[in-house]
Design a protein around this ligand. Structure first.
Ligand SMILES: *Cc1c(COP(=O)(O)O)cnc(C)c1O
Length: 395
């Protein structure tokens, strides 16, 4: 193990805690990425697929009924739910698959929890005719059979992981293990702003399209910057994608919403920023849910995409310097947010951003009247309809 200092850090968080065998691949990735970002051809190619394949730019949509019902705030939705495959994940998988092609890697691997990142990865692998293996915990395979079928239909192989809690954390560990063994032929597309440097930077940059578009759109519509940005935080990629392009706009407040599960004082939640301690997970120093002995705790959330016991180093840094504020919303409240947006606006959200939607009720009380809010609607709710229907009774 070797830790690189300063470069690749966000304050005291981040770094590159990886086995020697990966160092070469991480350096190759960093080199290729810094060349690609200066290459006009790469930019043109990525923009082409983002637009014509994935459906960018996504609308910044004023939610009229939600705003009316909340009374004191004006809410705009950044509609990542309208993207191909149904969530923001495709922004990152498209960028990374193009990087993999530049590095002449023929094989793609990824980890997935709910299957959203797995589907987005299998999709771009199909697009470029690459072989694709997706690691997924057995517990998640049982819970998310529709996405498992989707990945297989797209030509990917789904590899069951039966170690640990048989969920996302263990799938990530297995994917890293595979990468160590097959690093010359294989690129690992990590799904959020986690992992060893340069992954948190690369994923952040590819997701920043969310905030860049939103910034231009709100300036055009409102002729001013927003007062608040609100987004849900799992690993942290959709929220960082929205926040980062506003970093220097000091009057724009950032609010990240973690999953409180059955309550942050229960043992069943995923609030790593609010309840975690600094540690190393999956190659990066970050806030991690751990017990008194440093064992990683099992995270819980009704939203499978928020069910991770760590959180990207850039968020840990934003929290430390007080650039962003973080709150947590419970499973039950998220269901209320889910119903609220569905009923009021005719938009069924994914359970992940439903956490952020619920929080708007609190924000409406504490914000100055007339505040303009942008909420990242990170994905659509089709994937959650079955599980929600088992909890809520509409008869
Ligand atoms: C995966 C996912 C998330 C959580 O991941 P982040 O990296 O925190 O964005 C949130 N919303 C949706 C719809 C997802 O699929």
């Amino acid at each position: 193990m070797r830790a690189k200092l300063r470069k690749g850090y966000f304050g005291q968080f981040g770094g590159q805690f990886a086995p020697e065998t990966l160092m070469f691949a991480l350096e190759e990735l960093e080199r290729e990425y810094s060349k690609a970002r200066q290459d006009k051809k790469f930019k043109v190619e990525l923009n082409y697929y983002l637009k014509d394949f994935a459906g960018r730019p996504t609308p910044l949509y004023l939610a009229p009924n939600l705003s009316k019902s909340l009374k004191r705030i004006k809410v705009y939705l950044k509609r990542e739910d309208l993207l191909h495959t149904g969530a923001h994940k495709i922004n990152n998988t498209l960028g990374q698959v193009l990087l993999a092609r530049r590095m002449k890697k023929q094989r793609i691997i990824a980890e997935t929890g709910a299957g959203q990142h797995g589907v987005a990865t299998a999709t771009v692998a199909a697009l470029f005719n690459m072989s694709c293996d997706i690691y997924m915990g057995e517990e998640d395979i049982a819970r998310q059979s529709l996405n498992v079928f989707r990945m297989k239909m797209l030509g990917a192989k789904v590899i069951p992981v039966n170690s640990g809690s048989k969920t996302l954390k263990d799938a990530t560990s297995e994917a890293i293990r595979d990468w160590v063994t097959n690093v010359t032929t294989t690129h690992y597309i990590i799904g959020s702003i986690i992992g060893p440097y340069p992954f948190p930077m690369i994923v952040r940059d590819f997701q920043s399209i969310i905030g860049k578009e939103a910034r231009q759109q709100i300036l055009k519509i409102e002729k001013k910057l927003p007062d608040y940005l609100v987004a849900c935080v799992g690993g942290g990629s959709n929220s960082i994608g929205l926040f980062n392009p506003f970093f220097n706009d000091r009057l724009v407040k950032f609010i990240g919403i973690e999953a409180a599960g059955k309550g942050v004082d229960s043992n069943k939640h995923a609030a790593s920023l609010l309840k975690g301690r600094t540690g190393v997970l999956h190659g990066s120093k970050m806030k991690v849910l751990q017990d008194n002995f440093g064992q990683i705790k099992i995270a819980h959330s009704i939203a499978p995409g928020l069910d991770y016991p760590g959180v990207g180093p850039e968020h840990c840094f934003y929290q430390a310097i007080k650039r962003a504020q973080y709150f947590a919303v419970t499973d039950k409240q998220a269901l209320e947010g889910f119903e609220m947006l569905s009923r009021l606006e005719g938009i069924i959200p994914a359970l992940e951003p439903a956490h952020a939607i619920y929080f708007l009720k609190n924000l409406a009380k504490l914000a100055k009247s007339g505040s303009v809010v942008i909420l990242c609607l990170s994905g659509r709710g089709d994937k959650d309809v079955m599980s929600v229907s088992k909890i809520l009774n509409y008869d």
